[in-house]
Design a protein around this ligand. Structure first.
Ligand code: NAG
Ligand code: NAG
Ligand code: NAG
Ligand code: NAG
Length: 367
């Protein structure tokens, strides 16, 4: 099937926006009635360097159910990206959506003992050969009324799963949300939010919403940050010196836009601890959810109208605009797949390379 392509960038005039609150919604590019994808340049580097002038964008799938929500984990053997679908009800586990990179065909599956999967990452379990394709995927299982919230490792080819962690020294987590593996220590850094409770499939939280570091080879587990409303996405800078954590507190049972929709940055000290918490950026619409860096250190976050891209200094450079909420996205070589629940979007021919492309795909810068 040949899908229509939209090419061309739209330049956002920041000085016009500064004195006209309706400027953005009145742009011809953003005022259509159908969902559409646009490349909005807030700074010339977005068009010229980060995406590059030959980038093209299109819709890749539009389904009748919410297949494209979180995660977005590559597996080299199947040449597919694995996304988690959106929660529906307790009668059915959250599906895993398999997006083939051969032809962008979509299938859905479930894995054993994985109940309400949310964020995830490819990872090297202890004892693996830490070069080559990561042998497993690690999902944050939010849990439900009968099952612990847990980190679950899945071999997607063998269709097997293993519980890696399901409590803080016996205390239940609330709803684990997202996880990254440190590229040098192989520790797992993850967030615990309360969305299972807010979506009525988890009990009332019994522990604060915090960020943790876990050494899967020894079992050492530590809280590394608190003070959040809802810690959600997290990501390292490519040099391993900064940790970004999004706070999506603007959404509980309902939305309240006076609460955080904010990305915080920390210094990672001795590869183990966090210091110097500071505001990195505030999303102008919705909330920054899933977050990934590129190899140049730009910070990309899924938010209320698409993917927002900031420089390492926190300057908004551009948006992959889709006019509806995106919860996450996945870098592929030369491109990015953007998830917006019912829909999947594709930007191709870009210059930027995701931080983990070399690890996951075995090609690109750094390999
Ligand atoms: C799982 O996927 C099927 C399509 O393959 C869809 O009909 C169903 O609604 C999905 N279930 C959930 C819980 O997302
Ligand atoms: C993997 O196992 C689950 C059950 O845990 C099953 O529902 C699913 O169909 C299996 N997938 C494959 C490809 O066999
Ligand atoms: C912890 O979660 C397990 C699994 O859902 C549950 O059986 C147990 O009662 C919970 N413990 C507390 C103290 O809530
Ligand atoms: C929104 O949240 C703020 C801060 O927590 C609170 O003061 C305010 O009452 C809330 N507004 C509504 C409409 O719930």
């Amino acid at each position: 099937m040949k899908l229509p392509r939209n090419t061309g960038f739209v330049t956002v005039d920041l000085l016009a926006l500064a004195t006209n609150p309706n400027y953005f919604k009145d742009l011809p590019a953003t005022s259509g009635s159908e969902p559409a994808i646009r490349l909005l340049s807030y700074d010339d580097t977005f068009k010229n360097d980060i995406l590059g002038p030959s980038a093209t964008a299109r819709k890749a799938a539009d389904l009748s159910w919410e297949a494209f929500h979180e995660a977005g984990i590559y597996n080299r053997e199947t040449n597919s990206i694995y996304a988690t679908s959106n929660y529906q009800d307790l009668n059915d586990n959250i599906n895993i959506t398999v997006i083939s990179l051969e032809d962008y065909s979509i299938t859905s599956t479930q894995f054993p003992d994985l109940w309400e999967a949310n964020g995830g990452t490819s990872w090297y379990p202890p004892g693996s050969d830490y070069s080559g394709a990561p042998p497993a995927q690690l999902y944050c299982d939010e849990g439900d009324f009968d099952h612990y919230s847990a980190l679950i490792s899945v071999d997607v080819v063998k269709n097997t799963s293993t519980t890696i962690l399901n409590s803080y020294y016996g205390r239940n987590f609330s709803s684990l949300n997202d996880v990254r593996q440190h590229p040098k220590t192989y520790d797992l850094w993850f967030t615990d939010a309360a969305y299972g409770f807010y979506q009525d499939f988890r009990p009332v939280p019994t522990i604060p919403q915090m960020v943790y570091r876990f050494d899967p080879s020894t079992g050492e587990l530590a809280v590394v940050a608190d003070g959040f409303d809802q810690p959600n996405g997290l990501e390292l800078s490519p040099d391993g010196l900064t940790l970004y954590v999004t706070d999506t507190g603007a959404q509980h049972f309902t939305a309240n836009t006076t609460r955080p929709a904010t990305t915080y940055a920390y210094d990672i000290v001795d590869q183990k601890r966090l210091e110097n918490r500071r505001i990195f950026a505030y999303a102008d619409i919705g909330l920054p959810d899933g977050i990934h860096t590129d190899t140049k250190g730009n910070v990309w976050a899924a938010a209320g109208d698409g993917v927002h891209v900031w420089s390492p200094e926190g300057k908004l450079l551009g948006k992959i605009w889709i006019g509806e909420t995106s919860n996450n996205f996945a870098f592929i070589p030369g491109g990015v797949l953007v998830f917006s629940n019912y829909r999947l979007w594709l930007v191709e021919g870009i210059n930027a390379q995701g931080r983990e492309i070399c690890k996951d795909f075995g090609k690109g810068e750094g390999c």
